[in-house]
Design a protein. Structure first.
Length: 104
């Protein structure tokens, strides 16, 4: 996701700035070359479409850098109360790019 850009939701979704910041951080990590990139991408792609991309293996959490792990926990908590998909937030193209980067 571009720096500080809010997604263009297809429907009105209440996402606070803290959760949006975590989502931005995770997307940036997923396309980076850091040690967190692959497990973060797996986490995001499982959210995007677990049936197609597989579920997230929680034993991968230690491979994430602490900030990425905390962002994933925050996003997971928000998702537990807001059953939305990346597509609901207007993020399909970004998630397609992540999937292409990691051949999901």
């Amino acid at each position: 996701m571009a720096k500080g850009v809010k997604p263009a939701p297809l429907r009105e979704i209440d996402i606070d700035d803290d959760v949006l910041s975590c989502l931005n951080q995770l997307v940036a990590a997923a396309i980076s070359g850091t040690q967190s990139a692959e497990p973060v991408a797996a986490f995001l792609m499982a959210w995007h479409d677990a049936e197609r991309h597989g579920g997230f293996d929680f034993s991968e959490l230690p491979r994430m850098q602490p900030a990425a792990r905390q962002a994933a926990v925050k996003l997971f908590g928000w998702l537990s109360e807001n059953p939305v998909t990346p597509g609901d937030l207007g993020l399909d193209i970004i998630f397609q790019a992540i999937g292409t980067r990691w051949a999901y």
